[in-house]
Design a protein around this ligand. Sequence first.
Ligand SMILES: [Zn+2]
Length: 71
Amino acid sequence: MKCPFCGEEMMEGYLKAGRYVQFQELRDGKKGQEYLVAKSFMGDAKMDGFLCPYCRKVILNISLVEERPSR
Ligand SMILES: [Zn+2]
């Protein structure tokens, strides 16, 4: 996959983290919703995706662990 930011070829793989991966929303510098991106009961949570080592960006497929945040 070509990086949508710089056009270079991206590395394919997965990002591994702790058992829980959460995304904390910031609205005007204040904490908004917290979204559970991935979880694992055994070992590390893994998220398939692509990494661009040139402009240092990661694109991940995340599982919908929780309901989509309401807008
Ligand atoms: Zn890039």
